[in-house]
Design a protein around this ligand. Structure first.
Ligand code: ZN
Length: 375
């Protein structure tokens, strides 16, 4: 693969810039789809076998590109959506290069990585590079909201795959990811009894006070030593100061390192539901992304990746990460999954989001090496 030749990173950055300057908030299916159109056209021209699954529920399409060959494929998946709204480029985060850093909305999470996956597969097709196994590339529209519509296509593609590679952003020191916490999401709705805050206070039952107790109870479920965290946000409640609030509620984020802890914590949070003394508490939700646990098969993939990294002149440490990704779905199915193979940088979901753009070529070379040689 010619990705490490002189000027390769510059050329990759030129094309990646077009992706970054094409804003793709998860909530705008049309915007996501028009970037997908560009990818589809190139992959089709290069000889890829294309399947495009129409979007639903307001999200964009899912694009699947397969390379020729038989047997269990190697799958590589990236999301095209970002957390950034339209106007971010024109406002606080224009695309810009300052020395070794290239800035822009979504460049690190994960346009650089998805671009690396796309570029690798396109070049393998164009140059008819032999690979030990066929490759299945997925480009998805809704990862930043938990992959509600792409989860099933991701799981369908992963079923029977030899391995799954996820070029989500690299961690500190360029680390790839061999384990991730599982993620749970809940919504809590509380109904109380409204009353005049002055005239008949005693007849009221404050949903806001009940919510305050719930928030403290959930916060207390955090156990850092066990790797369990909870976060309550956002909260809602009440109408005006002189009305005892009849409604309140909140959302909850839960992170756990194992399936067993996920089940236990899910049960504990759902058990907060109930009705007493005029207050009714409803809890909905559950584990959304299962934990992605390190296995010997994952370490074998990692060792292969670290070997390529060494050939290309850099170290590839590993990391266990708190944040979830689509790799959680495939790892939980038992398919060896290696994540965090995207570009180095920092600032995912933050205004200083950037990549270290000179790493595009060597990181992409490792991804290509894996795609070509996993047997
Ligand atoms: Zn991401």
């Amino acid at each position: 693969m010619p990705v490490t030749e002189l000027g390769a990173a510059e050329r990759m950055l030129d094309e990646l810039r077009l992706w970054v300057e094409h804003e793709t908030p998860t909530t705008d299916a049309g915007a996501v789809n028009s970037l997908m159109d560009r990818c589809e056209a190139d992959l089709r021209d290069a000889g890829g076998h294309i399947t495009r699954l129409p979007g639903r529920d307001g999200f964009g399409d899912t694009l699947i590109c397969r390379t020729p060959g038989t047997g269990a494929p190697v799958m590589v998946a990236g999301h095209l959506d970002t957390v950034w709204d339209h106007g971010t480029l024109a406002g606080p985060m224009p695309f810009r290069v300052e020395g070794e850093r290239a800035f822009g909305p979504g460049i690190y999470d994960m346009k650089a990585g998805s671009y690396m996956a796309f570029h690798s597969v396109r070049e393998i097709l164009r140059q008819k590079v032999p690979t030990k196994r066929p490759i299945t590339l997925l480009l998805t529209p809704d990862e930043e909201v938990g992959s509600p519509t792409s989860r099933i296509p991701i799981e369908d593609a992963a079923r029977g795959a030899r391995a799954v590679l996820i070029p989500e952003p690299a961690g500190a020191g360029g680390a790839c990811v061999t384990a991730r916490k599982g993620v749970g999401r809940f919504d809590i709705a509380i109904r109380g009894v409204s009353a005049h805050a002055g005239g008949n206070w005693a007849e009221g039952r404050s949903a806001v006070v009940a919510l305050a107790r719930i928030i403290l109870a959930i916060h207390a479920m955090t156990d850092l030593a066990a790797g369990i965290t909870t976060n309550v946000a956002p909260i809602r409640g009440g109408t005006r100061p002189n009305v005892i609030p009849p409604e309140a509620g909140c959302e909850v984020d839960l992170r756990v390192p194992t399936v067993a802890l996920g089940e236990r914590m899910e049960a504990a949070i759902l058990a907060l539901a109930g009705e007493a003394d005029g207050i009714a508490i409803t809890v909905t939700g559950g584990m959304n992304r299962p934990p992605f646990a390190e296995t010997p098969d994952i370490l074998e993939l990692y060792n292969r990746a670290a070997g390529f990294a060494q050939q290309h002149g850099y170290a590839l440490p590993t990391q266990h990460r708190g944040g979830g990704s689509d790799g959680n779905f495939t790892a939980a199915m038992g398919v060896p999954t290696l994540d965090g193979l995207g570009c180095t940088g920092a600032g995912a979901h933050a205004p200083h989001e950037h990549i270290l753009w000179q790493d595009l070529a060597p990181r992409c070379a490792t991804l290509c090496g894996l795609l070509e040689t996993i047997g």
